[in-house]
Ligand binder design. Sequence first.
Ligand code: SF4
Length: 281
Amino acid sequence: MTNCPRVLVRSALSRSGLPDLDYSLNPYIGCQHGCLYCYAREYTRHRDVVEKWGSLVLVKENLIELLNRETRKLKPGVVGISTITDPYQPAELTERLARESMRILLKRGFKVSIQTKSPLVLRDLDLLTSSREVVDVGFTIITADSSISSLLEPGAPHPAQRAEALHKISEAGLDVWLFYGPVIPGLNDGVESFREVVELASGCVKLVFLDKLRITPRVRESLSSAVDDFERIQSLVRNSVWWSRVVKLFSDVCARFGIKCIASIAEPTTQAGNLRDFHSE
Ligand code: SF4
């Protein structure tokens, strides 16, 4: 059971340094999906949230009031929802901050780019389809194997449910994309894993983003206690030959399905980038 206390924040929109986003909006601080590979923790100033990643989430109580004010003054642009939390984590079911934020943004002429792991986004299809030309939706799927997913993404919906939602959103006429990241040596860096995931999304997705594992101190701590031979994982992630091979194999799989692949070109780092730093999660 997640504890979701309320906090007051100073702003709703942040300027984004990413090439395809002008602003980012994160309705929550922390994320109930609790992924072991998540480096958003490095961007969270609330120590309690970081220590209890996945089980403590702060709800931005004054988000909508601030957003109403800010969108009257700011120049409209593309807003990434979200960049360091999942906007459709379970808290959104009752809090509805992502939905209300998007309603305001779309009314004021902003474009919206959503990234999630949750079919809860389907709840808002009415709103999203009413502005379908300025909305896109991406799903992160890193494996079709439920045992790997439940190990690495303990609070997130099953990959097959995500794929099903992706298809429904596409059928509703929205642009959809897939995010395959992070790639973790020995867990999801094989051709079979690539093929299974790309196949799940084929028929609706024309674009896939590929990203490698980013090892931050928190990621090291959580992953090393959950997987075998973390040292080997770390050494491969730092090996450019491994990454080049992954990109080549993944691109070949995408090409077979007629899908474009954009791979992260960032060097392996212990400095976390934005979760969507090409877009990049
Ligand atoms: S990787 Fe995304 S979905 Fe997973 S815990 Fe981090 S913000 Fe949430």
